[in-house]
Design a protein. Structure first.
Length: 161
């Protein structure tokens, strides 16, 4: 292959890669929220819980995991990645409470997990905006408390060990 053709091929490949990167960047936050049917879960009421009521060991854990898996795929995977494995556009949610998991002191560990759960719920509900740019769209009024905690149940099942 002559040098000129190779040069044009490199330029074409570079342009395609840049176009793909730009598309991924523009797609972030461009998600049409999908409703989540949580009728089979215990209803939590209007007051938001401070911790996941469907965590492992809870009576409704398996059902919340089933619903949360579907809800994550419908509403979160586009930015945060399939199976919660980020492709680099948004945070890898398998690691959301990684700082807490290695703590030896059970009191500090519990406080750390509570802080992360509060941060998670607030972020999902109200979104994240920095410098006028939407990094995370708000889902308050779109996803119910049951749906939000079901998604958290799914994320807890995907924790990176």
């Amino acid at each position: 292959m002559n040098t000129m053709i190779r040069s044009h091929l490199r330029t074409l490949v570079a342009a395609l890669l840049l176009t793909g990167s730009a598309t991924a960047a523009l797609a972030h936050g461009d998600v049409v929220p999908q409703s989540v049917d949580t009728r089979t879960l215990p209803q939590l009421g209007a007051e938001w819980r401070s911790e996941n009521p469907y965590a492992e060991g809870a009576p409704a854990h398996k059902e919340a995991l089933r619903i949360g898996t579907s809800a994550y795929n419908q509403n979160c995977a586009r930015c945060h990645g399939l199976e919660a494995i980020s492709g680099g556009v948004a945070p890898d949610l398998r690691k959301i409470d990684a700082d807490c998991s290695g703590m030896a002191d059970p009191v500090k560990k519990k406080a750390c997990i509570a802080e992360i759960q509060e941060y998670y719920a607030a972020t999902v509900r109200y979104g994240r905006v920095r410098d006028g740019r939407v990094y995370m769209p708000p889902f308050d009024g779109i996803l119910s408390q049951e749906a939000v905690w079901s998604i958290k149940t799914y994320l807890e099942s995907r924790r990176e060990q």
